[in-house]
Design a protein around this ligand. Structure first.
Ligand SMILES: C=C(O[C@H]1C=CC=C(C(=O)O)[C@@H]1O)C(=O)O
Length: 507
């Protein structure tokens, strides 16, 4: 629809109060009145000038144009916002870092990029597609906080070459969504970004009306603050535990023979519930129970990959890079003294220190290629989460000007904390020895913004929810002296966060 429309002159209205109780109760649900103009209409007008400009650009360049508008939304709670999108979108994304400095909730799809199996260039493809869309985008305002404005949310599968089963249907080897609505909760407050990709065929007025209506519905539902509470009772089936213990023994033998240094073997626990498992309910419990972990949910169609991972893969903020070496695990103690004693034992444990060192060496090498300088402490410290404690070494670097976030993700993934060492040998042993499709388990997931900044975590302590079923995943680093029974116990501890978050009882 490339007709030159007469430009509307619109008074800019600060929509900081969107969804606030002003006028609530005086008008139909979803519409709030302010000085004779409905908020819905104001939103529509507010978005319209950008969309009209975008439509003109789309016509001139004959290509889609991204129009993105961010404003404050002080009264929105991230979890309620996530829950408010249930059912309507099938494309929700939730992200929160362990400091809860940046919580992002994406609802709906303004644009997406995907890569299929065997795709060797999946990282470059996402970056290329995104750069192409961002070129010529209209953003308002120019300055938005980190985590707001146009950005992609999603992730990658663990291994594009390994077997792909129907379990992970909907989750391709790279899948990133530019959310139609993005809520960003940061120290500075809460922001709402509305993204639209307008083509020469679109009518900006119609689009702006549709966006305003959708936003009203979501914001109204979120303001009600309803988060479903489910307590399903479920049957749990461990997938081939004996075969897994044998694989651990076999891997340890191969390591002693010098065929490889380390491999991470994982297993699956399948749950069947009496009622539909609600991702928002699981996220709520994870938020309460796992304050020191990344929280994530990636919904694709009727499935949702959810977890509370303690492990950062990489964060990029301007030219600063931050990564994490997390490997080596002990249980938590039943009281502070016992906990401290177990922590001291872990710090002295030879097998765990070696397992950890393999990870540090690889991450430092991988970062070195993209950095002008690297800082890494000499000794690991403890990182304690609710059910286990780990050896932890943070690594920081200063990136070369041309080092991109996804090029670092590609270099790092899978680190020996998730795959093994040497990488290719470990990957081929995982493909042969594990009786499961890892899908997105242990893979990079996170967000990437219009500046090239963002953050990725490793998708561990996680599960894939689909209607009444859940598949939970847990793995451990196998070394030459690994004992199959203790490694099996370690995976039991690592299932705990998701089992607890499902909130139900084992039948
Ligand atoms: C592979 C997992 O954990 C990794 C991360 C931290 C500690 C690990 C370990 O001690 O084995 C694993 O390398 C998992 O939780 O599924």
């Amino acid at each position: 629809m490339c007709l030159e429309k007469q430009s509307l002159i619109i008074d800019r209205i600060d929509l900081g109060a969107v969804g606030s109780p002003i006028g609530r109760g005086c008008v139909a649900p979803g519409v709030e009145r302010m000085g004779g103009t409905t908020v819905s209409t104001m939103k529509q007008l507010d978005n319209l000038s950008g969309l009209e400009e975008g439509a003109k650009r789309a016509c001139r360049s004959n290509r889609p144009v991204l129009v993105s508008r961010t404003r404050r939304a002080p009264n929105l709670d991230p979890l309620s916002f996530f829950a408010s999108g249930a059912g309507t979108q099938g494309a929700r994304n939730f992200w929160s870092d362990p400091g809860r400095e940046e919580t992002l909730v994406g609802l709906g799809t303004a644009w997406r990029t995907e890569s299929g199996p065997q795709s060797k260039n999946r990282y470059e493809k996402v970056e290329r597609d995104w750069a192409e869309l961002i070129r010529g985008a209209l953003r308002e305002p120019a300055d938005v906080p980190r985590g707001a404005g146009p950005l992609l949310m999603g992730g990658f599968s663990f291994d594009p070459i390994g077997e792909h089963t129907s379990l992970w249907e909907g989750f391709s080897d790279a899948s990133f969504i530019l959310p139609r609505f993005l809520l960003t909760a940061v120290r500075d407050g809460v922001w709402l970004t509305v993204n639209a990709v307008i083509t020469p065929e679109d009518d900006p007025e119609e689009m702006s009306q549709r966006l305003a209506e959708e936003e009203d519905q979501l914001v109204d539902a979120a303001v009600q603050g309803y988060i479903p509470e489910t307590h399903p009772s479920y049957d749990a089936v461990e997938v081939e535990p004996e075969r897994w213990r044998q694989a651990v023994a076999q891997a340890a033998r191969e390591i002693r023979e010098g065929q490889l240094e380390k491999v991470v073997l994982a297993r699956e626990l399948r749950l069947h519930s009496q009622e539909t498992i609600r991702p928002a309910s699981v996220l709520k419990r994870l938020q309460e129970q796992q304050p020191h972990s990344f929280l994530f949910a990636v919904e694709r169609g009727d499935a949702c990959f959810v977890g509370a991972s303690p492990e950062r893969l990489v964060k990029k903020e301007k030219h600063h890079l931050y990564s994490t070496c997390l490997a080596g695990t002990y249980p938590r103690g039943s009281d502070p003294a016992a906990d401290q004693e177990l922590g001291s034992q872990l710090l002295r444990d030879v097998k765990n220190r070696q397992e950890h060192a393999v990870v540090v060496n690889m991450i430092v090498e991988a970062l070195r290629e993209g950095c002008t300088s690297i800082q890494v402490p000499e000794e690991p410290v403890l990182y304690k989460v609710r059910d286990v404690q780990h050896l932890f070494t943070p690594v920081e670097g200063t990136a070369h000007p041309d080092t991109t976030l996804l090029s670092i993700v590609e270099r790092l993934h899978p680190t020996p904390a998730l795959g093994g060492y040497p990488q290719e040998r470990a990957l081929s042993r995982i493909r042969e020895m594990e009786a499961m499709d890892r899908g997105w388990y242990a893979a990079p997931l996170g967000w990437l913004d219009f500046r090239g900044d963002g953050e990725f975590a490793c998708g561990i302590r996680s599960g894939l929810l689909r209607n009444k079923s859940a598949s939970l995943f847990a793995g451990c680093g196998i070394m030459g002296d690994s004992d199959p029974v203790s490694e099996y116990e370690e995976t039991r501890m690592k299932f705990q966060p998701m089992l607890l978050a499902l909130g139900g009882k084992k039948r």
